[in-house]
Each structure stands twice: as C-alpha cells, then as structure tokens.
Design a protein around this ligand. Structure first.
Ligand code: SAH
Length: 390
C-alpha cells in the first residue's frame, strides 16, 4: 500500500479529527500514486494516522475513511458504514425520508445519499468515492431492498476531481416522480430534474416551526422552490400564501404540491425574480404578516463572502419593510461560508437600516439527519431564524 507522510507542522489539525489532507501538507509519498486508490497516511515520524483515498488532481489530496489500522477498505466496510448511518437516523426518528449519508459528518467524505421513502438519490463527489459506487449501491440493496436508486452527479464540484458530471439510474429504471410525506403533508419530488437531489430535506424540521405564527396570516414566501414552506403555511391555517421562485419548473411543482394537499385556493405561486418582486412590493407599500426567505447559497468562494452578505442584507431589509407591525420574518441562509454569527450580524444591520426592532423567536440549524461535526468548520451550514417585528 502506498504511504503518505505528512509534514511536521500540520499534524495537529489532522490529529484533532479533520479528514482532509491538502497537497501542501504532505512531505513525502512512498509508492505509486494511482488517482482514487486507497493509501495509508503517517506522521512525519512514521506513525499511522489513517487510511483514505488519494487524488493528485484535487487540492484535497487525501480524504481519510478510517483511523483504525486494522480496518480494510472493501465492500464490507461500506456496508458497515451505511448500516451505522441508518441506525443513527432511526435512533433520531428520521425513518421515512432522511439524508442517510452526509459526507464527512458520517465519516464517508464526499458521499451524499438522500432517502425518499423507498427511493435513494446518491452523489459521489470525489474520485475516491466514485470508485466505490458499486459497493455503495450493493450495500443499499442489502440494507433496504429499495424500489429505486438514482445518481445526481450533475454537480460542477466533480470537475475539481477530474470527473464528468452525470446522472442516471443505478437500479432498474423506475418512475422518478415520487411523492413523500412530511409533517402530515405530501410533496412531489422530481428525482431527475429537481434541484440538488430533488428536495431539501435539511429544512424538514424548520418547516414545522412556522406552525403558530402563520395562523390567519397573509404570507409571502420568496425563493419558494417547490412551495414546501408555503404549503406548510396553508396547512397550518394561513389566510393567504404567495410563493415566488425564478424557476418555472419549481413553481409548476409548487402548484402541484398545493393541489396535492388541497391547498390550491390558499396558495398561489408566481415565477418571477424575487429581488425585483420584493422591490416592486415595497414601492406599492404591500404588507404581509409573515415573510419567508430561503434563498440559494449566494457564494461558494471566500472572495465573495462580502457580496453574499450584501445580498442577504438586501433581501432581509426588503422583507422587514413588507411586514406589518407584530409580523414575523422567517429567514434562512444555506451559504456555509456565512457563519451563524455573521448571518445574525447581517440581519441586525438590515434591521438598523429598516429602523425595525427585532425580537428573536428561534434560531436553529439544519435537521439532525445532517449532523454537525464540532471539529470541522462550516458544517453548521444552515441558519434558520424567526424574528418578530416588535
Ligand atoms: N425553501 C425551499 C428551498 C429554496 S432553494 C425548500 O425548503 O424546499 C432556493 C430557491 O431560490 C430555488 O428554488 C431557486 O430557483 C430560487 N431562486 C434563485 N434565484 C432566485 C431569484 N432571483 N428569484 C427567485 N427565486 C430564485
């Protein structure tokens, strides 16, 4: 087995549990470097640190899979890991739909698997994980006997690993428009053409948080995607709900979701640019009782954090201005480079400019099936805040 020896100065980080080893942290490599292959990682003095997969084409040279020297990486390894992931989700009560595997947080770097009842959607985002795709599919078959498995590897990040983007069946073909149950509602999930894996499971608990505040309210949801928050609002007793999204496909699905839950009279959707529409409503002095904002990630690179913050400030400022006194702003951010602290500061800055006094109702993060590793930064990626305009 090829051996990778780290430089002296970086070992603390890796020793403390971080699974990534960057190219510039490596002092010496003994043996062949075959992209995607399993290698052993040692300290500069030669003691064993862990075992993982290597890819010289990636900035992250090695991602560790295990720190147990006796643990072999083979199909059985992936079966054991997936079983462990499943036991954890079951323990926490995420049985029907869940993020079954959340990459690094489940000691399976660069692997994502979402479970939609009997259907599974998979992403292998690094070459070393891609190579084990057959073993992963086999493990899923063994544990779940699924009705279908699909890969949504149509993600640009794969190109950093020298891989192509692709999507397709990893099981016999099946009807990829599935319906899931969530919080007593039903939702269409378009596995092939939906965003990311088709559905945002990370907000599944947060959607319940609007239950009390939407009763009899006029609700506006911007960046509504398939209308999941909007439908929840309707279901929890809102007087009217207006959902906005720039994607025609999302809005169409949102309308189908409303109909599926018998909420078509309460929930209306429009395919528009939310930035423009929020501006327009401000000019018209429209008012709502609840405004929900869940925009896409505004940046994936550090250079653009300021720009992302400006974006958050703008939409939240507009959202606050559209609210009646005593109304509620429900606001989220999934940009992992914007920390919870920075997000709250941005909301405070928006409130100052809008001359509003905010009273916090709740501040939370992603659902528990997306675990947070305390020793890895940016894994608390979802911020979800409800404030009252006091
Ligand atoms: N709240 C949703 C997820 C929202 S994802 C849920 O829980 O399922 C962000 C959404 O913002 C995407 O559907 C995307 O199409 C939409 N979007 C991106 N830019 C937009 C814009 N300028 N105006 C309106 N919607 C936009």
């Amino acid at each position: 087995m090829t051996k990778v020896f780290l430089k002296k100065q970086i070992q603390n980080r890796v020793l403390l549990g971080h699974p990534w080893i960057f190219g510039n942290e490596v002092g010496e490599i003994k043996g062949d470097v075959v992209p995607g292959d399993i290698v052993d990682v040692h300290t500069h003095q030669g003691s064993f640190l862990g075992r993982g997969y290597i890819n010289p084409q990636s900035q992250i040279l090695v991602r560790l899979l295990t720190r147990d020297k006796s643990e072999e990486i083979n199909p059985e390894f992936f079966y054991r890991r997936l079983l462990k992931c499943w036991e954890y989700r079951q323990k926490l009560g995420y049985v029907e739909n869940c993020r079954l595997v959340f990459g690094e947080a489940d000691d399976l770097p660069a692997l994502v698997i979402d479970k939609f009842n009997d259907y599974f959607v998979l992403q292998t985002l690094a070459l070393g994980m891609e190579k084990w795709k057959p073993a992963i599919v086999e493990a899923l078959n063994r544990i779940f006997s699924p009705k279908g498995i699909y890969e949504r590897n149509d993600v640009p990040v794969r190109e950093l690993e020298g891989m192509e983007q692709q999507k397709g069946f990893l099981s016999a073909p099946f009807d990829t428009n599935v319906i899931i149950n969530e919080n007593g509602l039903k939702f269409h999930v378009d596995i092939v053409n939906g965003q990311k894996t088709g559905y945002f499971l990370d907000q599944q608990d947060n959607r319940r948080e609007i239950r009390q505040i939407v009763k009899d309210a006029n609700v506006l949801e911007a960046f509504c995607y398939t209308g999941t928050f909007s439908c929840h609002a309707g279901y929890y007793g809102a007087k009217s709900v207006l959902g906005l999204d720039i994607s025609e496909h999302a809005v169409e699905t949102a309308r189908r979701n409303a109909a599926l839950n018998n909420l078509q009279d309460v929930c209306q959707f429009q395919a528009v640019n939310a930035f423009d529409q929020l501006k327009q409503y401000t000019r018209e002095d429209r008012k709502f009782d609840v405004v929900i904002l869940d925009p896409p990630a505004f940046t994936k690179s550090r250079e653009n954090i300021r720009k992302a913050v400006t974006g958050y400030k703008e939409i939240n400022l507009r959202g606050m201005k559209l609210l009646n006194q005593g109304g509620f702003l429900v606001t989220a951010s999934c940009t992992n480079l914007v920390s919870p602290e920075l997000f709250l500061e941005t909301i405070d800055a928006a409130a100052k400019d809008a001359k509003k006094r905010l009273r916090q109702v709740t501040f939370q993060t992603q659902a528990k099936d997306h675990p947070i590793l305390r020793n890895i930064e940016n894994t608390t990626y979802l911020k979800f805040l409800i404030v009252e305009i006091a």
